[in-house]
Ligand binder design. Sequence first.
Ligand code: FES
Length: 105
Amino acid sequence: EHASTRICAVSDIPEDDGLKVEFPDRSPLAVWLVEDKVFVTDDTCTHGQASLTDGGMLDGFIIECGLHLGAFDIRDGRVESAPCTKPLTVYAASVLDGDVYADLV
Ligand code: FES
């Protein structure tokens, strides 16, 4: 069993874009709001150490990393474009009373 962690408010997330959320004890997350659906992923590209929210460009459900233009699908983390080969981790997310929660384990 695991507890859901509150990540942010839905209203904090720019529409059709992502919000970087940092934690004292783990790598940063990216929270995405696309077509009124919320997705929580790692913020760090699996190819290098680039932040996907800081330098990336979101097109629909595809986040393109700004460093070498690799890309992932934020719905399931699958690699969309090289040079990325390792999928992006996606966390089960839910919305309750306007707040986003994710299962981080
Ligand atoms: Fe993201 Fe290379 S660091 S594609």
